[in-house]
Design a binder for this molecule. Structure first.
Ligand SMILES: *[C@@H]1O[C@H](CO)[C@@H](O)[C@H](O)[C@H]1NC(C)=O
Ligand SMILES: *[C@@H]1O[C@H](CO)[C@@H](O)[C@H](O)[C@H]1NC(C)=O
Ligand SMILES: *[C@@H]1O[C@H](CO)[C@@H](O)[C@H](O)[C@H]1NC(C)=O
Ligand SMILES: *[C@@H]1O[C@H](CO)[C@@H](O)[C@H](O)[C@H]1NC(C)=O
Length: 364
């Protein structure tokens, strides 16, 4: 062994140590949201060109820095994203859908929008579309926590504590300046799958222990919408008494729902329309992401927002966020066409604006 060899070995050791040290600080990676259960099913084309996209090479599901190759976007992805915005703007200007597509940019909407001033980003939250992960990224970017993993679950949704302010907390002029100049994005998914997810999350599983859904909201909906009250004992049964059918009837009954929603307060954000939550026709979003193609949308959003060198989204197992028609069929089986059509009428704006196919198999 010459002295030269030893020097080389020593240098390698130092490089390794430095890399290990650096990796402690560079770990903004997102975990795949927990609620993406299930696997690939038949891909229903919400976008024709998505079908031709081949699944990406599996990349080890661990932390990776921007130096590692970011997922490559198919060359026509930009046109997919542009077509979404064109569709949105043409549906927004269709006067026969006006009531279903426009909403005032009220305090309620401004409450849904989160602000990252450091990187000039606004994100409108659409619950049940895997938004928690995006909020964590923005919290880290804002600097209150240095890693996504450091953010306690109890604080992700506490916006006076987590350094991710709501747009409503600013003054009028500050709000307008941000709306006019920041990068703005929103993530959507098939409206009926979102409703199923809300039902499961709040009335069946309730993993965050939010008792009011089962103890207040479910009984109020059952009282008004259950056809037969004989089987109401349901405690301990799936849905803690609330059946998906009751939920669908409540959502499709416009005047009755409005009255109930005034009692339910903010909790209704889990099943309000994207229009009511985020005013997509009245706020010019820069990018609309689709949950069904999140593995392409996530890197595109990071890139468009100019933060792809700071954060990355881990590989999502291909197909895991895709539309599952058999799940939708299962939940809607036995629900009358009349009730499904009313539900569809309520969500027609969301279906049309974001290019989701009418679920003919439920409606005709
Ligand atoms: C980085 O993130 C991964 C995935 O969340 C986690 O398992 C790992 O422990 C983190 N590494 C460091 C060094 O914090
Ligand atoms: C689709 O949903 C059905 C019913 O919930 C489930 O059994 C199936 O595993 C899901 N399929 C995929 C591919 O996720
Ligand atoms: C407007 O929307 C209605 C209802 O979906 C549709 O029938 C009509 O073709 C649309 N009009 C235009 C100009 O796109
Ligand atoms: C649209 O909304 C207005 C006010 O809420 C209502 O008077 C009108 O009938 C609605 N029009 C349609 C086509 O639903």
């Amino acid at each position: 062994m010459t002295r030269c060899h030893w020097l080389l070995v020593g240098a390698c050791g130092w490089v390794l140590l430095l890399l290990m040290f650096a990796s402690k600080f560079i770990n903004f990676s997102l975990r795949v949201p927990d609620d993406y259960g299930g696997n690939v099913e038949k891909l229903r084309g919400t976008e024709p060109s998505v079908k031709s996209v081949t699944p990406q090479q599996p990349i080890p599901h661990t932390t990776f820095m921007s130096a590692a190759s970011p997922p490559t976007l198919p060359s026509d992805w930009l046109s997919v994203v542009e077509r979404r915005l064109e569709l949105l703007s043409s549906v927004c200007s269709n006067s026969s859908l006006r009531n279903l597509t426009h909403t005032p940019v009220s305090k309620f909407v401004l409450d849904r929008i989160f602000v990252c001033d450091k990187h000039k980003i606004l994100f409108c939250q659409t619950p049940k579309v895997g938004n928690t992960q995006w909020k964590k990224v923005l919290i880290v970017l804002n600097g209150k926590f240095s890693k996504v993993e450091d953010i306690p679950e109890s604080i992700v949704h506490h916006h006076d504590k987590n350094g991710l302010p709501r747009l409503s907390s600013f003054k009028d002029k500050e709000i307008n300046d941000r709306l006019n100049s920041y990068f703005k994005f929103i993530i959507v998914r098939d409206p009926f799958e979102r409703i199923i997810s809300a039902f499961k999350d709040k009335f069946v599983k309730n993993p965050r222990f939010e008792p009011w859904y089962k103890s207040n909201i479910a009984p109020a909906i059952i009282r008004k919408y259950r056809k037969s009250h004989r089987d109401e004992d349901g405690s301990g049964l799936e849905g803690s008494g609330l059946h998906f059918e009751d939920f669908v009837r409540y959502l499709g009954d416009e005047p009755g729902r409005r009255r109930l929603d005034r009692q339910f307060g903010e909790h209704v954000i889990h099943w309000l329309t994207y229009v009511e939550l985020c005013a997509p026709c009245d706020i010019g979003y820069s990018v609309i992401g689709h949950h069904e193609t999140l593995e392409l949308d996530a890197p595109h959003i990071l890139k468009s927002a100019g933060i792809e060198h700071l954060v990355s989204y881990p590989t999502i197992p291909p197909g895991i966020t895709r539309y599952n028609r058999s799940k939708v069929e299962k939940y809607f089986s036995g629900i009358s066409k009349r009730d499904v059509r009313r539900l569809y009428a309520r969500f027609l704006g969301d279906f049309s604006l974001f290019g989701y196919q009418r679920p003919n198999f439920l409606l005709d």
